[in-house]
Write a protein that binds this ligand. Structure first.
Ligand code: GAP
Length: 437
């Protein structure tokens, strides 16, 4: 399948089935913004829960914060973003469309109409707004372009409240905003997105050890989420391409349908930020003041969603003369719906009563469970396959005791293989829990 077709299929499935909608769609859309529907929210929550579990709550030395999106302009001056967070902007001399110079298909030529473009000028990507009622320049503030600074500015607060020993880390999940010149590729490059970031504070001489540890943990977390690891590549960023704060960066790139692009980053930020904000702490071991160095694993939630959608999208064409069976082979732990419960027939009260009862139990236990009695069983399976539900549970006459040997059992159908097995209702919660690990 060619790359445009695959992206079209994924984008249309995401919209049709309630994962992701164009932002402000009924007003013609707002470029670079996307709204997440119920299944998209569930998928993002599973990603964030898994990240938090791996990188924060299972660790003894991590402190999570939730800082304000609007931050004092001094933060962005000190961080270097006011002066250097820019992209080279060019404008077509004919159609006046604007582009990022470095991603033009043919250097110097407009992607749209083929005319020459202007010389580049540096365009700052931070969104600014005014705070308070008085319209003057002193009241200009920025929406944060990275969550990282929310952690640096709270470094002293966390040190004073918790007295952590080095090494320790701070973590944050939250929105970030960038006025991208050319938002593109669905949710890959957008103007409002979500990040999951860690700032890990270490003694300067030990930075390599922590860098390596995070490198391997990031890779194993990606694998555990169901990201296709044969499409993940590590890129050692060349010295000339490093961000202004970094001495070493590895980009974890992913083979998206539109090409190999950055999924996550792992940076050695040295003491750049703490020094810029004039921050330090006391090293308990030496009782001396120290400016710790920083290792920063940085993850985009939206790019994770896209990597998971493209890793999971599968078309099964084994049934000849039939439309291919489309399914999202999400790992059960990230699937937005854990299982769907159905009565075999929707007009048989004894079946629907039992199915509703079972649904209530599973809903209470797992939250993201669906009740589906629309159309025939085959259609229900197809609908659940398309949203990546790992198991469809059907209450049938055997559940009620038509065959005494099968009394109290249900059919559990596996999304990937299509195989069915009978499982005792009393065992269902355990069965599903095991699959979610
Ligand atoms: N604090 C470091 C930092 O922000 P970055 O490489 O600019 O580094 C980190 O961004 C991650 O945020 C990226 O690897 C990507 O996953 C995500 N990201 C960055 N810009 C994005 C955009 N315009 N749209 C969606 N995700 C983006």
């Amino acid at each position: 399948m060619d790359k445009d077709t695959l992206m079209d299929k994924i984008t249309s499935l995401a919209k049709r089935r309630g994962f992701i909608y164009q932002g402000s769609e009924i007003y013609g859309g707002l470029a670079g913004t996307w709204d997440y529907g119920p299944l998209g929210v569930a998928l993002k929550n599973n990603i964030k829960d898994s990240w938090r579990k791996t990188f924060v709550s299972s660790q003894l030395d991590m402190y999570e914060v939730d800082a304000a999106i609007l931050m004092h302009p001094g933060v962005w001056k000190a961080s270097g973003h006011v002066d250097t967070f820019t992209d080279p902007l060019v404008e077509c001399t004919k159609c006046k469309r604007r582009f990022r110079q470095d991603i033009l298909k043919i250097p110097g030529i407009c992607d749209d109409c083929g005319s020459p473009v202007t010389e580049p000028r540096q365009f700052n990507m931070m969104f600014s707004t005014k705070i308070g009622a008085v319209e003057d320049s002193a009241a200009t503030v920025y929406l944060r372009p990275e969550t990282a600074q929310g952690m640096f500015v709270n470094f002293k607060n966390v040190v004073d409240s918790f007295h952590p020993k080095l090494p320790f880390g701070m973590a944050q999940i939250g929105k970030a905003f960038r006025n991208e010149i050319t938002p593109r590729d669905f949710i890959f490059r957008v103007r409002e997105f979500e990040q999951m970031e860690i700032e890990y504070f270490v003694r300067p001489e030990l930075w390599q050890e922590s860098f390596e540890k995070f490198r391997t943990t990031m890779l194993s977390w990606m694998g555990s989420m169901g990201i296709a690891m044969d499409r993940v590549h590590e890129l050692e960023v060349a010295e000339g391409d490093l961000a202004h704060y970094s001495k070493r960066t590895i980009d974890f790139e992913f083979d998206f349908p539109f090409g190999r692009k950055e999924l996550y980053g792992l940076a050695y930020r040295t003491d750049f930020d703490l020094t810029s904000h004039k921050l330090d702490c006391v090293d308990e071991e030496t009782a001396q003041k120290i400016v710790p160095h920083v290792i920063e694993p940085s993850f985009g939630v939206d790019r994770t969603v896209l990597a998971l959608l493209t890793s999971a999208y599968t078309e099964d064409t084994t049934e000849v003369d039939k439309e291919p069976r489309v399914y999202l082979k999400f790992a059960p732990s990230v699937a937005p719906v854990v299982c769907a419960v159905s009565p075999l027939l929707k007009n048989k009260k004894e079946l629907t009563d039992k199915a509703e009862q079972l649904f209530a139990i599973l809903k209470k236990e797992f939250g993201n469970v669906m009740y589906d009695d629309n159309g025939n069983i085959g259609k229900r399976y197809r609908r659940q396959d398309e949203i990546g539900t790992p198991y469809c549970i059907v209450v049938d006459f055997d559940t009620l005791g038509e065959n005494p040997d099968l009394l109290g059992t249900v059919t559990v159908r596996d999304r990937d293989t299509g195989t069915q097995q009978r499982i005792a209702v009393s065992e269902l919660v355990n069965f599903l829990k095991k699959s979610l690990i």
